[in-house]
Design a protein around this ligand. Structure first.
Ligand code: 4AD
Ligand code: MG
Length: 483
């Protein structure tokens, strides 16, 4: 007989199994006992709600009941019975309980009480057993599923781009090196520099910062593709929005211009948020409540105007604002915030990069809507963005979300060989190494565009979690690679 003939708690709650004999397996959240009866709240992760198991000390040995403490893993056989008490429709009357794994109450770190997110980060191996993290990871799964559903339905193909590469697509120099050389005694060239020709790949390599460049090659054959994979950035940013290892979704489309790109991005974001609203109603209601409680701990003037669910509906139901960088600079420069010197970085002239405080001002204070900012100065954007007629700006777009700031970065790509090579020279991007990328501009080039969505920032937005470390199972940040 197979071991796993259990019913998931989600199914017990959603089907009428009253009168049936079933097996449940899961972890004890709480146990309440008196002389006559024990109530065990069991959770198996399939759903937020715990399921009530009723154990009669005349049926279940006292020795066993004692071991059913918070955190223990149980296999319970019994009958589903209509529930007397309020709340749940049914409960399980245990006929037998097998303790699959004990959890010593003296040592188990999770107590049936509220723990701080900071504390839970230190026990990331156990935090998924809490209501909050269970909800976050079910929502994260659903969003990932929605991403694939969206693109599949539209006829995009999922391309797996390499994790190890020799290029730095964003040109920001924030890469993690990949090597098998002995770091204590690396082979050297005559001039004293490291001889990478003796390394595993016979050249210098790093972890990818983006799958875009390879994605573009695929779009030049399959028309519409997307990637969804891990990306790595060695930027030393200890913020609530940055990870050293994060997941990015990068669609890339032939025959798309900047406007087509913006329209796709807006439709895509609305689709995956709606999908989560439809399929994660219980978890999102719980997270809405959690976020509301957290807001209450903030000073009144810092509290969000909309609750989590209201905010998600608002984004789905309203058009995003589209405006150019130049228009945004005018708004920011003339804002009272700027005049009263409330920004840490004051906006003085056209051409400066926007900080997250400026992005959030536009979205949260000025427009109170998601914003698609376009046509940035070419000097603050990557070499591959299409140059506009004005000679100063490129066909970039950033999408800015309330509470998050930049959630998407993208652009129409420069498909003209002479323009892109000229820009690479100006920006010191090695043309020789990217010969394969430039070949797409030599053979059958066409207008094309794409963007990258930071998946964790999206999960943050949908779950209302304030810190990006709380929406990825095992976060990688400066000084932190435990688990
Ligand atoms: O704006 P970025 O750097 O754009 C690119 O990498 C392009 N190659 C994308 C493309 O056009 N195909 O990054 C895209 C998004 C950002 O908007 C942000 O949401 C997220 O990736 N992101 C990060 N998320 C978490 N931690 C970090 N360190 C991130 N850096 C970027
Ligand atoms: Mg960006």
């Amino acid at each position: 007989m197979a071991f796993n003939n259990r019913v998931k708690i989600k199914n017990v709650l959603q089907q009428d199994l009253i009168g049936q004999e079933i097996t449940l397996m899961g972890w004890v959240r709480t146990k309440r006992s008196n002389k006559n009866v024990s109530f065990i709240a069991l959770n198996d992760g399939s759903i937020l709600t715990n399921y009530q198991v009723v154990a009669d000390p005349e049926v279940i040995a006292e020795e066993t009941l004692k071991r059913c403490s918070t955190g223990a893993c149980l296999k319970i056989q019994g009958t589903v019975v209509a529930s007397q008490g309020s709340g749940q429709q049914s409960e399980l009357h245990a006929r037998s309980i097998e303790v699959l794994g004990d959890a010593d109450p003296e040592k188990y770190p999770l107590q049936p009480k509220k723990h701080s997110l900071e504390f839970l980060r230190e026990i990331a191996h156990l935090r998924m057993r809490t209501n909050t993290f269970g909800a976050v990871f079910r929502v994260r799964h659903t969003l990932a599923y929605a991403v694939h559903t969206y693109f599949h339905t539209k006829g995009f193909f999922y391309i797996h781009t390499p994790i190890i590469t020799a290029s730095d697509a964003e040109g920001a120099g924030e890469t993690f090196k990949v090597t098998t050389l002995d770091l204590n005694r690396p082979p050297k060239k005559e001039d004293g520099s490291i001889d990478y020709s003796q390394d595993f790949f016979e050249r210098e390599t790093n972890l990818t910062v983006s799958g875009q460049l390879e994605g573009e090659l695929a779009a030049m054959a399959l028309s519409e593709i997307y990637t969804f994979g891990p990306t790595f950035r060695a930027e030393n940013s200890n913020t609530t929005r940055h990870l050293a290892e994060f997941w990015m979704i990068e669609p890339e489309m032939a025959f798309y211009d900047a406007e087509d790109n913006q329209t796709l991005a807006e439709d895509f974001l609305k689709y995956i948020i709606s999908y989560a609203l439809e399929h994660c109603a219980e978890d999102l209601a719980f997270l809405d409540q959690r976020a509301a409680e957290e807001e209450q701990t903030k000073p009144a003037e810092q509290r969000a105007e909309l609750g989590l669910l209201d905010k998600l509906h608002f984004v789905v139901n309203n058009d995003f604002v589209r405006l150019t960088y130049t228009e945004a600079i005018d708004i920011l420069r003339n804002s009272n915030h700027n005049k009263k010197k409330k920004f840490s970085y004051l906006i003085e002239s056209w051409g400066t990069d926007l900080q997250s405080e400026h992005e959030r001002y536009l979205v949260e204070k000025h427009f109170k809507k998601p914003v698609i900012l376009t046509d940035y100065p070419k000097d603050i954007k990557a070499f591959y963005m299409r140059q506009n007629e004005d000679g100063k700006t490129v066909a970039a777009m950033d999408i800015l979300f309330p509470g998050i700031g930049e959630i998407i970065g993208g652009s129409q790509r420069e498909e003209r060989l002479d323009k892109i090579t000229q820009r690479m020279k100006e920006m010191h991007v090695p043309e020789k190494e990217l010969w394969w990328y430039l070949d797409t501009r030599r053979f059958g080039a066409t207008p094309h565009a794409g963007f990258g969505l930071g998946f964790e920032r999206m999960v943050q937005f949908v779950t209302g979690m304030g810190n990006i470390r709380d929406v990825i199972a095992f976060p990688r940040t400066p000084g932190n690679a435990e688990f």
